[in-house]
Design a protein around this ligand. Structure first.
Ligand code: HEC
Ligand code: HEC
Ligand code: HEC
Length: 440
């Protein structure tokens, strides 16, 4: 048996060899592969193309669509089961145009409508990384679980024609594209990352009747990034609205959230915890600042909350003196106050504040109910490794109690938002697979 340090040397040599190995017809330089690796992080390819407990990029993660389940594919460079025999053109056709080699049109679960905004140079770097920087894995793709005739892919081609942006070389938002001539370089870089690789709109933009994003750039209107529910979580409004959006967050607040998964206002949970963990924490400070600068340029979606809500400690006083005996107040004291405190201010970067929180104040209470029922855990990041968690209360609180406590936090400490009913809670309880309400 080899000694450990020999194994290390052997592996290092093997890796160096793989890097140095040139493809037929040219040199692939290590710098380009490295750049591709960085871009793959920004694009979060790994999140979708890796099954739970599976090998990186070997595919097999299920995606529910209204007509059945689609599985992500093996995008390792294995020649038989992966994309090892893809030419650059084949790769580009899948990533930016939504057409798989030998498959036809792809389901838009693959966010090619966003990647359409990526520059050809960046697609080249990604290609270099996937061909030479990723370990090949032999793993057959799973077919879809969609029954015939719905499984036919030609309607997806029509969908593509209707809803996918045109991929011109040097798209509108790519650096060097038409609009790059005007405007601040940092904001343009941020826009490029958000619209393209970051595919932020895949979750944060509401979808229309055919599941197309209602806007694929800000130029299409204020629906862009105005918030949508994805897998039971509200991917919040990222526009300038003061209470439900990012109007009250500074540029630094946004960058800190994307890097560490938490800031003085909030902490990441649900789908965003994974985005931070796999993707944004790995981005450079300059790119995160660019994303933040761009998001700060987005006008409010105009959801009727231009007025800043002032903090008030009347709720805190009532809780501390015991003068509020409502079901919401009692439920809050017994279940939430230990962490979020009677002041509603929590402890910054540990237990997020509930006063002036966009999660609490969003018109759609999906995340709020989901959190109380199932709990959540912050992402662990290099700059903030501790994963503070909130317990779920599904086994403990009835639909009526959850409705009462959620309505209470939406209307305390100066917060103002619509009441939540027990029926709404019952519906979310079913959708997110929380355990049944306790019977008393
Ligand atoms: C939000 C989830 C998601 C992300 C992010 C994502 N993909 Fe995909 N991708 C999918 C799904 C699902 C499919 C299969 C679609 C189908 O079968 O129609 C797919 C298909 C593909 C295919 C076609 C493969 C084949 O077998 O023909 C390629 C290539 C691909 N993705 C590459 C990438 C790359 C490169 C990235 C990052 C730049 C990426 N994907 C990011 C979900 C995703
Ligand atoms: C897989 C879906 C998904 C993707 C992709 C995604 N997000 Fe999110 N995002 C969410 C969800 C869900 C939330 C709500 C939970 C939370 O606040 O952490 C959220 C919350 C946020 C918040 C906090 C807003 C607030 O008011 O608390 C910011 C900022 C954010 N996302 C930025 C981004 C950016 C920038 C991108 C693209 C680089 C992005 N997101 C991509 C799902 C997603
Ligand atoms: C043991 C401490 C603890 C208790 C008890 C607790 N929480 Fe939390 N809460 C947390 C932590 C930690 C987070 C951050 C979770 C994450 O980001 O994944 C959080 C997040 C939240 C958020 C999201 C805030 C934001 O914008 O990021 C809301 C809303 C919330 N809790 C409400 C409640 C309510 C209502 C109760 C009582 C039913 C409760 N919490 C009980 C620890 C707690």
């Amino acid at each position: 048996m080899m000694k450990p340090h020999l194994v290390t040397v052997a592996l290092t040599l093997a890796a160096a060899h793989a890097w140095a190995e040139a493809p037929a017809g040219g040199n692939v330089d290590a710098q380009l592969i490295k750049q591709g690796e960085y871009l793959s992080r920004a694009a979060d390819c790994v999140a979708c193309h890796t099954a739970k407990d599976g090998k990186p990029y070997a595919g097999g993660l299920p995606f529910d669509t209204p007509i059945g389940t689609v599985y992500s594919t093996n995008i390792t460079p294995d020649k038989e089961t992966g994309i090892g025999d893809y030419s650059y053109e084949d790769f580009d056709r899948a990533v930016r145009h939504g057409v798989g080699k030998g498959v036809g049109s792809l389901y838009p679960a693959m966010p090619y409508t966003s990647y359409a905004h990526v520059s050809p140079d960046d697609v080249k770097a990604l290609y270099a990384y996937f061909m030479h920087g990723v370990t090949p894995v032999k793993q057959q793709n799973k077919g879809t679980d969609i029954p015939w005739p719905l499984s036919m892919r030609w309607p997806l081609g029509i969908w593509r024609g209707l809803f996918a942006p045109d991929v011109a070389n040097g798209t509108a938002s790519a650096p060097g594209g038409q609009q790059a001539a005007s405007g601040d370089a940092e904001v343009l870089r941020g826009r490029y990352l958000v619209e393209g690789l970051g595919h932020c709109s895949a979750c944060h933009t509401p979808r229309g009747f055919a599941l197309q994003e209602k806007a694929s750039t800000d130029a299409d209107g204020t629906a862009f990034l105005s918030g949508a529910v994805v897998e039971g979580w509200l991917a919040k409004n990222l526009r300038g609205d003061v209470n439900s959006g990012l109007g009250s967050w500074s540029k630094e607040d946004i960058a800190a959230f994307l890097k560490g998964g938490r800031n003085a206002h909030s902490a990441a949970f649900g789908g965003m915890a994974q985005v931070v963990q796999d993707s944004t924490q790995h981005m450079s400070d300059a790119d995160l600042a660019a994303i933040a600068a761009y998001l700060k340029t987005l006008a409010p979606a105009g959801k009727g909350d231009a007025r800043t809500l002032a903090y008030s400690d009347a709720t805190g006083q009532a809780l501390r003196t015991g003068s509020d005996k409502s079901e919401g107040a009692i439920t809050f004291l017994n279940n939430c106050a230990a962490c979020h405190r009677s002041t509603g201010k929590g402890y910054a970067e540990t237990f997020p504040q509930l006063a002036q929180s966009s999660t609490v104040l969003s018109g759609d209470p999906a995340s709020l109910i989901h959190l109380v029922l199932k709990g959540a855990q912050m992402p662990g990041t290099r700059s903030a490794p501790t994963q503070y968690a909130m317990p779920g209360f599904d086994y403990r609180l009835s639909d009526g109690e959850v409705a009462a406590v959620v309505t209470f936090v939406r209307n305390s400490w100066g917060n103002q938002a619509s009441a939540v009913t027990a029926d709404q809670v019952a519906k979310v309880r079913k959708e997110v697979g929380a355990v049944a309400a306790p019977v008393r």
